[in-house]
Design a protein around this ligand. Structure first.
Ligand code: FAD
Length: 310
């Protein structure tokens, strides 16, 4: 927030050398929401630049995502950024969601294509109104250009980037063209898929520069906190490589959750330290709705909050 108003994503990078943001997913129950808001209260003290809320596959958490974002906006000092996917959704539905967010004072959106819900037989993306995220970015930009948002720049728009490549596009040269298409359509920043080897991020950053992509790249970092969580992430973030030194460190443990968590949080902290050294535009921490690992990362970095890094 700035002067009591939520900040447009473009302004964030003027204010912060490195932005720090946290990602949550919408809880399905009232108890889940209460427990998340207890974690959010702890994380609020770290003064993140923004926090984001995911959108379930095929729009399955449409209402829950909106409720979470609105509650964060009303009850905390944080700037919430909803994720919005366009798979299986038409322009009317997406238009309604944008109108709601504009009314509720939301200033930024992470625009994604999304993946179809698991088990959806015979799904053909070409039958969707928006086939790729670039079309959703254009739609959101035009929504702002028509004067539908109180900020005359319209919504700030983030898009996804994949340092190790998106599993759906084996042609890595074409992939950079697809990313450039999202930027040309109006994206203001890129948030990356999680990765465990910073060299992947630095090479991606260089390839973006060579492709003429000049918007800030926010690095996605996920502290491993359990073996189960790691396996789940390997399924969700398809293509993410678990480097041998990380696997060796995990193999040295007795396999208990506490030992795995210590190795995972240490690894993520080192990633963050190195990203700060390499002047990353931003760091986006996948919190899995818990605050402990994130707080430990700040403590080990020796900083009180994100503003100490601004
Ligand atoms: P796109 O940019 O449309 O790309 C999808 C694929 O199509 C890529 O392989 C791309 O190279 C290819 N492509 C793009 N344009 C063209 C073209 N013109 N011709 C041919 N091929 C093309 N998913 C959710 O469901 N909910 C979430 O909340 C969510 N949050 C995410 C947050 C982050 C930071 C990231 C990195 C991912 C997130 N995802 C989420 C996952 C994401 O939706 C999927 O990985 C999806 O498959 C790709 O989305 P995209 O926006 O990158 O799609």
């Amino acid at each position: 927030m700035r002067d009591g108003r939520p900040m447009h994503i473009r302004d964030m990078f003027e204010k912060h050398r490195t932005t720090f943001s946290f990602e949550f997913f919408p809880p399905k129950t009232a108890e889940g929401a209460d427990s998340l808001f207890a974690e959010i209260a702890a994380l609020e003290q770290l003064k993140p630049t923004f926090v984001s809320a995911t959108y379930g596959a095929g729009g399955s958490t449409r209402e829950l995502t909106r409720e979470l974002v609105v509650r964060i906006k009303r009850e905390t000092s944080l700037t919430p950024v909803p994720h919005l996917t366009c798979v299986c959704q038409d322009d009317r539905v997406v238009g309604e969601i944008l109108e709601q967010y504009a009314r509720e004072g939301i200033t930024n959106i992470l625009a994604l294509r999304g993946d179809p819900p698991a088990g959806m037989e015979g799904y053909d993306p070409a039958s969707d109104h928006f086939e790729y995220a670039a079309e959703l970015v254009k739609f959101i930009r035009e929504f702002g250009e028509k004067g539908n948002h109180p900020d005359k720049r319209g919504f700030g728009i983030g898009v996804a980037g994949f340092p190790e490549g998106h599993p759906g596009c084996p042609n890595r040269m074409a992939e950079m063209e697809h990313l450039k298409a999202k930027v040309d359509a109006g994206a203001d920043a890129i948030i990356t898929q999680l990765f465990f080897d910073n060299r992947d991020l630095y090479d991606f950053r260089d390839r973006c520069e060579l492709a003429g992509i000049k918007i800030p790249i926010i690095a996605g970092v996920m502290p491993i906190t359990s073996v189960k969580g790691m396996r789940r992430m390997a399924e969700l973030a398809l293509g993410a490589r678990y480097p041998a030194p990380l696997m060796r460190a995990l193999n040295r443990t007795d396999g208990s959750n506490e030992a795995v968590r210590r190795v995972g949080v240490h690894w993520a902290t080192e990633q963050c330290r190195d990203l700060l050294d390499h002047k990353a535009a931003g760091i986006h921490l996948y919190t899995l709705n818990k605050s402990t690992a994130t707080r430990e990362i700040y403590r080990t970095l020796g900083v009180k909050d994100s503003l100490a890094l601004a």
